[in-house]
Each structure stands twice: as C-alpha cells, then as structure tokens.
Design a protein around this ligand. Sequence first.
Ligand code: SF4
Ligand code: SF4
Length: 371
Amino acid sequence: MGEIPEKFFIPDVVDVKQRKTDIGPPHYSNFLPPVIKKNYGNWKTHEILSPGLMVHIANSGDKIWTVRVASPRLLSTDTLREIADIADKYCDGYFRFTTRNNIEFLVSDESKVQPLIDELNAKKFMIGGIGSRVSNIVHTQGWIHCHSAAVDASALVKAIMDEFADYFTTKETPNKVRFAVACCTNMCGAVHCSDIAYVGIHRKLPRIDHDNFKNVCELPTTMAACPTAAITPDPAKKSIKINPEKCMYCGNCFSVCPALPIADPENDGVAIVVGGKVGNLRKPPMFSKLAVAYLPNNPPRWPEVVKATRKIFDAYIAGAKKHERVGEWIERIGWEKFFAVTGLPFTFQHIDDWTYAFKTFRTTTQFKWTK
Ligand code: SF4
Ligand code: SF4
C-alpha cells in the first residue's frame, strides 16, 4: 500500500510519483490507519456495538473501532482543531469524514474507546448514526459559498436534525434513513439518492438588470449558460430577453452573469423528494421522486417542511418492513397509498407530462401512474 497504481501514470508527460503539487487530493493510501493498511482487503466481519460504535475484525484477528459523531457540516477552524486534537489523543491522529459528513474516529487500541466516548460526550458531540437509523444530514454549500441558493441549507438541516436527533442517537428505523439538502435545483448534493431530501427552488424569472448587463456580462456566455435556450439578445437595450415559457428557474445564467439575480425571499422555497438510495442491496440504486412540490422558506425553524417530513417519516416507520428503505417501502405499497398514508396532497406538479418522458422512465425524478 501507499503506492499509486501504475495505470494512473501518464508516461512522458509527468511522473506522478515525483509530482509535488496542491492540485488534486493526495493518494488516500497515505492516510489509512496502520491496522487498515496491514489488513487491506482482508477483513472478516464487523459488528455494531451501540448506535455510535462499531468494530471491524480482520482475518488476522486485528480490530479497529469506529466512533461516529454528527458534524454541523460548516465547521470553524476552532472546531476542526478540536476534532484533530481528539483524534491525536485517542486515534493516533486518524479520523475521517463520511460522504454525509459524519465524523468517524478510528481507534486501534480498545482501552481508548470508552475514554474517547466520554470526552466526546463531555464536549457535547452527538454520538450515533451507525446502522438502521438516521445518519448525519449532508447539505450543499448554501449562501456561505454559493450564489444561487434558494434556501439556507445549513439552517434547514439544523431544523430537521433537531426534530429527528433521537433517531441518530438511540432509536432505530427499519433501515438506514439518509437525509440530504440541496439549496438549488443544480443539486450538487446527494438529493437524488437519499431517502428523504430537500431541494431549494426558485419560482420566478431572473430579474434582468438591463443597465448593468452590458457592463458585467458577456452575451454569448450568458446565452450558452441557459440549458433551455430561454435567453435571446435584446439589441435595443443592449441586453437580453428571457422567454418565460422556457425558463425553468435553474439560476445557471446568474452563475455567469451577475446582472440576472434570481433569489427571491417571497417566492423561493423547498421541494421534498423521497425514495432515493445508493446501495445495491436487494434492489439497484434508486432515484428519489417528488413528494411535495413547494413549501415556503420559513426560517429559522421551517415548520412546514419539518411537519411534512414528520408525516413521511412516521408513515415509513409505521408501515415499512424490517430492512426496507424508504423507496422500497413506497414501491411496495404504491405511490397512491404513499399519498394516502402520509396525508400529503397529490398535485398537478406530480404528473410527469414531459414529452420525452416515455424514453426516460427510469431516470425521471417524478413518477407515473402505472395503471
Ligand atoms: S445546490 Fe445550487 S445553490 Fe447549493 S451549492 Fe449547489 S449550485 Fe450552489
Ligand atoms: S434561470 Fe435557468 S432556464 Fe431560466 S433563463 Fe436562467 S439559465 Fe435559463
């Protein structure tokens, strides 16, 4: 281990082994705990000992314990230093972030497991999330790094996680429940493949700042940024026009042209999609589908979104068989019954009337009545 496989070398261009650069991540094998390096690909089993603790056992008999805690996702340098110090103290410096931003402390010495848990508890880290329960909620960057957000992703996650925290720390669900938030329809998060997920949506056209357009935007790049060809030149104004019939409020044009702001505190909001999963267990990966077309942005606690989520979550807990993911449960009972048991309204936005939908049965994010 620790070597970059030969197939990744680019002969005669650059010797990757020798390269010293800050472009791209360093090879992961440089960061594996020694016990994982030693037993790489040679693990026998694992056991979940409590909601936030599991142990992996290698064929050699070696063991490594994982203690999982939730992260607030947007981390201060102070919190990162605190996490690193804890890892230095108990884990020889080894910890990792999962794809959903759980923090996992990797402990090779069993005698350090309980002291680590005690210190995490004392420092108010929330321990749990392993196995059939709610995991840390992953979200996209939101306003802190991105310009096209329709919802304050981290605040919405806080409101949801506060509601379901006991399903992270103690209670079980039929199978794991993955939540995700994307703050606009560009969806750079895991919304399409999460059990219950939220998408920030804009519902109004970008507002064209004709006076500034010619000063800060390029016509070709602005037109090219629009995936639906809704943008055409407006020579009289030395600006552009937007066809409201074609615009899908994605905000792409604002990415390249600051004279087209789209964020709207009155009309932006949240859609809820359900039933996605990444894993191949029992069924292939599933895309999430639309459950609620629009709920208002209502910070700081988003009561409408939390209430709708509660309906979906409780119906799933009550109706799913053991090991069924949300999408598998819905597939078994049918979408008609999903709306009946959750009490969520079925609206015209749920009907997929896209002209080419028949070619994309398995990729559409909305559903069709089958009979
Ligand atoms: S989902 Fe949209 S707003 Fe959020 S970070 Fe990604 S591109 Fe930006
Ligand atoms: S919001 Fe999206 S669809 Fe609408 S004009 Fe801009 S790029 Fe085109």
